[in-house]
Write a new protein. Structure first.
Ligand SMILES: Nc1nc2c(ncn2[C@@H]2O[C@H](COP(=O)(O)OP(=O)(O)OP(=O)(O)O)[C@@H](O)[C@H]2O)c(=O)[nH]1
Ligand SMILES: [Mg+2]
Length: 304
């Protein structure tokens, strides 16, 4: 008796777009089943395209996390928003996330208005359904579907995982036929040194307030395996002014110590090794205008 033919594989890029804080990164982590991208309560956490990879049956889904889309002011904002739309234009399927509690506010409307320019099929994903009543959800789904053309609507909670499996199953059936682009066990395409820098940036977002997180960036300068298998990591936190450097350090170095300790613990769990993390805070006036910092973040430097 002949062997049954192997199921044909599928593989595709699924971009998640939406306003800042809609829950895109939370959803990618839930879909992948592991932390591949950072999350915070603050807006504009994600800065570049970050890929998280998941398998579902014979399908490989490559999820593309994007920065939130908003009305940009600074050069860094413009780079982030341009990058988010480029992620949508290059994907096989685009999931448009809307924070169901916020509904169709100005930011969400502006995104729906521009969706017609995106050629790929679009899914409406209403997120944070743990925070809203069913009735309001149905009304929101209708209003959004009246404004833009969606192939389907999903109502989920990225935080609790509610509805995430259904969304994943739908995507697995729709991505194009073709070979897998990544090994089956790979969950991210980002090098560990980049994820480590992002994790430290997440801790900065958690502990620093007002504008400071937006005036800082983190780069991994050294990643060295020591003889016992320990890893020595040196990172630089760039800020724009001496006053900001003082805040990041905190009284007697307390703030930087707490940030370093939280980041170290999380990085160690990911690499499954003892990690020695050294953080340096440097003032780099106008790093937001420095092409080199954009390259390090994986962003195009906007010319104007
Ligand atoms: N209650 C609730 N909170 C959620 C849900 N999904 C995400 N959040 C929270 O919303 C906040 C923003 O989540 P992120 O995943 O960082 O949002 P994002 O869309 O990636 O944000 P940017 O990267 O800034 O564009 C975090 O505090 C999350 O814990 C959800 O389904 N329910
Ligand atoms: Mg994000």
């Amino acid at each position: 008796m002949a062997d049954a033919p192997a199921p044909a594989t599928r593989c595709g890029f699924v971009a998640l777009i939406g306003a800042p804080n809609a829950g895109k990164s939370t959803l990618i982590n839930a879909l992948v089943g592991s932390k591949v991208t950072i999350v915070s309560r603050k807006v504009q956490t994600t800065r570049a395209l970050i890929r998280g990879i998941a398998a579902e049956g014979a399908s490989q889904l490559i999820f593309v996390d994007t920065p939130g889309i908003f009305a940009p002011r600074r050069r860094l904002d413009r780079a982030m928003v341009t990058t988010a739309w480029s992620g949508a234009h290059e994907a096989d399927v685009v999931c448009v996330l809307i924070d169901a509690r916020k509904g169709l506010d100005e930011e969400a409307e502006a995104i729906l208005d521009k969706l017609a320019e995106v050629g790929a099929p679009k899914l409406l994903v209403l997120n944070k359904i743990d925070l809203v009543a069913k009735q309001a959800l149905l009304a929101l789904a209708k209003a959004a579907n009246d404004k833009a053309k969606f192939a389907a609507t999903f109502m989920i909670s990225a935080l609790s995982g509610d509805g995430v499996a259904d969304l994943k199953a739908w995507l697995a059936e729709r991505v194009p036929s073709g070979p897998w682009l990544y090994p089956a066990d790979q969950m991210s395409d980002a090098p560990l040194r980049q994820l480590a820098a992002e994790i430290t940036r997440e801790k900065l977002f958690e502990r620093l307030h007002q504008e400071l997180p937006y005036h800082s960036t983190v780069e991994t300068e050294v990643w060295k395996e020591l003889r016992k298998g320990d890893i020595r990591i040196e990172q630089t936190i760039y800020v724009e002014r001496e006053s900001q450097r003082k805040i990041v350090l905190g009284k007697g170095g307390a703030t930087i110590k707490a940030i370093g300790e939280a980041a170290r613990r999380e990085i160690a769990a990911i690499v499954e090794a003892k990690v020695h993390l050294f953080l340096f805070v440097k003032v780099r006036e106008g790093w937001g205008e420095d092409p080199e910092r954009y390259r390090a973040m994986g962003l195009e430097f906007p010319k104007d």
